[in-house]
Structures are given as structure tokens and as C-alpha cells.
Design a binder for this molecule. Structure first.
Ligand SMILES: Cc1cc2nc3c(=O)[nH]c(=O)nc-3n(C[C@H](O)[C@H](O)[C@H](O)COP(=O)(O)OP(=O)(O)OC[C@H]3O[C@@H](n4cnc5c(N)ncnc54)[C@H](O)[C@@H]3O)c2cc1C
Length: 394
């Protein structure tokens, strides 16, 4: 019997959750898998119709409360569903699971009015959501954001530019961070559910990333853009803290998907090592080749174990700052390095359109930025060294 790479997760899921993972697996292993690869090879994003189908299957409500019509799945189940998809495409998994994150946040913390206006439309995929925090001049240093929200009769006027919005080319509502003040650089930060259906004051453009178009990264510029009163999501002074409150879970989510993408690359390489021959034997008959690929398997297992450790702490609301930073940094680095190793071990054919390794490589490279760059994560780990590792009774 072959190993179940995801055993630690799967044994903690209930029967309903295991069935969800199996359903996600059926969806991803069908036409979706080839469609995302074909789109990558054409230099395009995968077709939006796949998101509509995924929504019809109910997956945008994966973690939405059951009394709100959702599936009420646990965090570990959400990770497994994302991993199932990340074995086919990291970017599609990242982007599609980002959509369900917006639905979950609304379900958990929205007001009755916000839920009434938006929840069903977002859960069904009619209105797609995303967080809009980063700006052209505020990335890692998010506190430097300059978008403003000015009070007006019946609502707020938004001015500023948001960049790197996942699914930014297609979203219908963003949760936007802005300073509630007249001038840039002043005022406390609030967040607004911002429907993008206004008929003026919004310019949208795609940020073109070769090999990463399935993220559908967008830049949104708001000029005197009106949002009604009911859209205030986190009050001034609360939004920054709330956004940072979910960052550990987001980091481990990205890490878990990176692990799955590398696992898929390794599986393809391991199979190739049996069928491709050189010097009278299969590639994996050569000790040099085997050692190279074994090193990938070894580091992949280490990444999987670390990511699971961080995920289990998050699942029980434990202290996860350091573990989440470590998991993301290590899983991202390991997947980028490991997929590159796999391409080399496959020979030139590994880099062609016949395999998905070039796609997984291009897509996981982008994982190094969102939810904390590798440098910011190392810094986070470093700042806690004495607290986390300095005790005498470790
Ligand atoms: C695929 C993808 C999806 C994304 N999705 C979203 C989204 O949905 N919503 C959203 O709001 N944003 C999103 N982002 C933006 C993401 O959060 C930013 O890319 C991230 O915050 C880093 O900002 P930056 O890219 O501007 O880099 P910068 O902040 O400009 O950093 C540039 C480089 O300098 C390094 N650096 C910066 N400060 C320090 C320091 N103090 N010490 C050492 N090194 C430092 C960084 O690590 C990096 O290597 C996404 C990004 C990507 C790539």
C-alpha cells in the first residue's frame, strides 16, 4: 500500500469533510486539470466558468456557517481542499480559495445588513470578493497605505489605488483598507466592503505577471468613489489589527498549497524516472539521479510535517506566529527549489507543455510575496528567538 502523504490531516477530518475533499478531488482531476494547464500554455488565466462551477458545487461556502447556507468545514478541511487543487495548479488554488475567504469573513463577522446584502450573492459566485490592502507604495509596510475614506452624507468617499488584488480583474466587491481622514498619511485605518458596481470613479487594470495570469492580479484606482454607510466593515482603528489577526492562518494556507504543488511535481518526476531510460537502464537506476530526487522527497516530507504542525496549532487557536512564519518561509523555498530540481531531473521534456512543472514553478514563485515576503517572515521569526527558543527548560 502506498503512503498517504496527507494522513495527518485526513485522520482529523470527520466523514463529511473527507467526502468534501473527495468531491474536490473529482472536480480537480477532471477537465479542470487540463484546462488550467492549457490556459497557462496559452499565457492566459484559466476560464472563469470553472469558478462558476466550483461555486455551484458549494465550495465558495466551504467555511461559511451552516446556518448561513455554507458547508461549515474546519480549517484543516479547508487546507486539504486547497491542496487537492494545488496539485493541479498553485495559482488556481490560491485564487479560488481566496474567493471563499471573503465569504467566510463576511459570514463570521459581517453585520446583519451586510450579510443580507452580500452573503448569498458571494456564496453563489454571483459577486466575487477579495481583500484590497496593498498599494503601489505600501506592500510589506502596509501601515504606509494612503487610500482615504472621507465621510459624506449617507456614506464614504474613497480615493486611492489598491494593487495586487487577487482576482482583481473579475471581483465584484473588495474589502478595502483606508484611512478615515482628509489627508494621506493621517487618520486611523478602517475597512469597507466596497461593491465595485458604481458607474463612475473606478479604473481597473490587470497587473501582468508572465506565467501567473491565473492569479488575475488587478490594480484598482478609486476616484471620489462612493460607498454607502452599511459598507463599513471594521471601524477606524480596528481594521489593521483584524487583518493581521488572520495572517497566521493565511500563511499556513499558502504553505500547505506549496507543499501540494511540490508533491505533484515529485510524483510526475518519480514516474518519469521509471519509464525514461539512459545508458541501458531507467533513470532511477542511476544512483546520482536517485539521490537528487530523494533529496526533494526528504525536504518535501520535512515541509509537510512543519506545515501540519503549524496548521494543528492554528486549528486549536494556539500561539502560531512563529510556526506560521516558519511554515510559509520553508514551504515556499522548498517548493520553488524542489520543482526546479524536478524539472532538471526530468530532462528537457520536463520544461515543455507536456508537463505541468513549468507552470507549478512559475506559480509557486509568486507565493514568496503574498501574506508576508520571505524576508519579513525571517524577521518575524528572528524577533521572537529569545521568547520561543531561549528558555532553559526547552
Ligand atoms: C500572487 C499574489 C497575490 C496577492 N494578493 C493580494 C491581495 O489579494 N490583496 C492585497 O492587498 N495584496 C495582495 N498581494 C500583495 C502582497 O501582499 C505584497 O506583494 C506583499 O505585501 C509585499 O509587498 P511588495 O511586493 O510591494 O514588496 P515590497 O514591500 O516593496 O518589498 C520589496 C522587497 O524588499 C523586501 N523588504 C521590504 N521591507 C523589508 C525589511 N524591513 N527588511 C528586509 N527586507 C524587506 C521584501 O521582502 C521584498 O523582497 C499579493 C501578491 C502576490 C504576489
Amino acid at each position: 500500500m502506498s503512503m498517504n502523504f496527507y494522513e495527518q490531516y485526513d485522520e482529523r477530518l470527520n466523514g463529511e469533510e473527507r467526502a468534501l475533499v473527495a468531491r474536490a478531488d473529482d472536480f480537480c482531476s477532471g477537465g479542470f486539470s487540463q484546462a488550467v494547464l492549457d490556459a497557462f500554455n496559452r499565457g492566459e488565466a484559466f476560464e472563469k466558468s470553472w469558478i462558476d462551477t466550483w461555486a455551484r458545487e458549494g465550495f465558495l461556502g466551504l467555511q461559511t456557517r451552516k446556518d448561513h447556507g455554507g458547508l461549515g468545514a474546519s480549517y484543516l478541511c479547508k487546507l486539504r481542499v486547497a491542496q487537492v487543487m494545488a496539485e493541479h495548479s498553485f495559482a488556481a488554488a490560491f485564487a479560488i480559495n481566496n474567493l471563499q475567504g471573503s465569504v467566510t469573513r463576511l459570514s463570521k463577522t459581517g453585520t446583519d445588513v451586510q450579510i443580507g446584502h452580500l452573503l448569498e450573492r458571494m456564496r453563489s459566485g454571483e459577486v466575487l470578493g477579495a481583500p484590497a490592502m496593498s498599494e503601489p507604495e505600501a506592500g510589506s509596510d502596509l501601515g504606509a497605505l494612503t487610500t482615504t475614506a472621507r465621510r459624506t452624507s449617507g456614506g464614504w468617499i474613497i480615493n486611492g489605488t489598491k494593487s495586487w488584488v487577487t482576482n482583481g480583474t473579475i471581483v465584484g466587491c473588495v474589502t478595502l483598507l483606508a484611512r478615515v481622514a482628509e489627508g494621506a498619511g493621517e487618520g486611523e485605518i478602517a475597512s469597507f466592503l466596497t461593491p465595485l458596481d458604481g458607474d463612475h470613479g473606478l479604473a481597473r487594470e490587470e497587473i501582468l505577471v508572465p506565467g501567473g495570469r491565473s492569479f488575475r492580479l488587478g490594480k484598482l484606482t478609486f476616484t471620489d468613489y462612493f460607498v454607502p454607510d452599511w459598507c463599513l466593515f471594521n471601524a477606524p482603528g480596528e481594521a489593521f489589527k483584524t487583518s493581521m489577526g488572520s495572517i497566521n492562518a493565511a500563511r499556513v494556507h499558502v504553505a500547505a498549497m506549496c507543499v501540494a504543488s511540490l508533491r505533484a511535481a515529485l510524483a510526475e518526476t518519480a514516474r518519469h524516472g521509471v519509464t525514461r531510460r539512459s545508458f541501458g537502464q531507467p533513470l532511477n537506476g542511476h544512483q546520482g539521479w536517485r539521490w537528487e530526487v530523494a533529496e526533494v522527497a526528504l525536504r518535501l516530507e520535512a515541509a509537510n510535517a512543519l506545515v501540519f504542525r503549524a496548521a494543528a496549532v492554528i486549528e486549536k487557536n494556539g500561539p502560531a506566529v512563529t510556526l506560521a512564519a516558519q511554515a510559509k518561509k520553508f514551504a515556499v523555498d522548498t517548493s520553488i527549489w524542489g520543482i526546479d530540481q524536478c524539472i532538471r531531473a526530468m530532462g528537457a521534456i520536463g520544461a515543455t507543455t507536456l508537463h505541468r512543472l513549468s507552470m507549478l514553478y512559475a506559480e509557486t514563485r509568486m507565493a514568496a510575496f503574498g501574506d508576508g515576503t520571505s524576508e519579513m517572515l525571517l524577521d518575524r521569526i528572528g524577533k521572537n528567538l529569545a521568547k520561543d527558543y531561549g528558555a532553559k527548560d526547552l
